[in-house]
Design a protein around this ligand. Sequence first.
Ligand SMILES: NC(=O)C1=CN([C@@H]2O[C@H](COP(=O)(O)OP(=O)(O)OC[C@H]3O[C@@H](n4cnc5c(N)ncnc54)[C@H](OP(=O)(O)O)[C@@H]3O)[C@@H](O)[C@H]2O)C=CC1
Ligand SMILES: O=C/C=C/c1ccc(O)c(O)c1
Length: 339
Amino acid sequence: MGKDASERTAVGWAARDAGGRLSPYSYTLRKTGPEDVAIKVLYCGVCHTDIHQAKNHLGMSKHEVVGEVEEVGAEVTKFHAGDVVGVVLIVGCHPCKSSNEQYCSKKIWSYNDVYPDGKPTQGGFSSAMVVDQKFVVKIPAGMAPEQAAPLLCAGATVYSPLKRLSIAAPGLRGGILGLGGVGHMGVKIAKAMGHHVTVISSSDRKRGEAVGHLGADAYLVSSDAAAMAAAAGTLDYGLYTVPAHHPLEPYLALLRLDGKLVVMGVIGRPLSFASPALMLGRRSIAGSFVGSVEEAEETLAFCAASGVTSQALERLERNDVRYRFVVDVAGSNLVGDAA
Ligand SMILES: NC(=O)C1=CN([C@@H]2O[C@H](COP(=O)(O)OP(=O)(O)OC[C@H]3O[C@@H](n4cnc5c(N)ncnc54)[C@H](OP(=O)(O)O)[C@@H]3O)[C@@H](O)[C@H]2O)C=CC1
Ligand SMILES: O=C/C=C/c1ccc(O)c(O)c1
């Protein structure tokens, strides 16, 4: 039987075993339904979560996708062929009407999940995607698409808790624990909100970059007990972006009365702290998970208005990536028949 006119083939990169090695993989996309947007993927950011996924750390690959609209369904009004758009992590939620779709029990992940029609979701390391219009965001005019990809995940991941947990007001003092892809966006966005920002890193290697380049106000090495003690009780919040287990007491001790530690790293074993570290400062530990579509749009608008960019592009050009790899999908040889 011949292929339906609206049925497209995509080529993606897939990890087929827990070794995490990626190899090309061809598959058929679902047909572009009335509410769908068919996207030719241009760029896809690489997050530490992709390592967790590819190596099966969590037993369960990728989002942070920017592409060009190739076709829209009959009921799509917000997007047109040629628009540059982004896709965040969640690509469906039935019949949820909330704007917190990332927390909905019926959410559909952009990878390793299944649409209601039984088709699998295959992520964004791919030549093309078909996504419901509700889960597609417009990239602001003038923003380079390769810059936008990390803002959709790493950017929204820090923007969302700062706003939702009431730690966005100018003048606050914040700590960024772990200076990787998410952490570097934390420094830039918190600085753009007018915060005093301290980077707490596992080594001294990134000091020059953090303070000189990203604009952090202070830099602590977490193993330097004297410097950590001198900074005790100074922070309104800390964003824990470390993908590994560290005891939390040294970080909790940095917080002021009512300070908040927001856990964002994906760590597959229990985190630990002794309760006085929390109680004695009326501190709290919260979790936060990516950003909703609405928050991703807000993050893009905030970054465009305040001149915040991600750090991938300029480093990619120097062949020396820190802090976000962005795969030039359209420029690679991943070619499906979506064009
Ligand atoms: N909650 C959410 O919604 C999201 C969660 N994540 C998760 O956040 C975590 C960070 O992601 P991302 O920023 O992409 O990761 P990166 O690998 O880019 O950065 C992590 C940073 O953590 C620090 N670190 C400290 N100890 C370790 C260790 N043992 N191994 C590795 N890094 C260490 C390092 O910074 P330094 O050198 O400064 O110590 C490192 O650069 C991951 O677990 C990811 O899955 C990602 C996106 C969204
Ligand atoms: O169990 C958890 C998975 C978390 C997760 C966090 C961030 C992200 O980008 C993911 O794709 C998964």
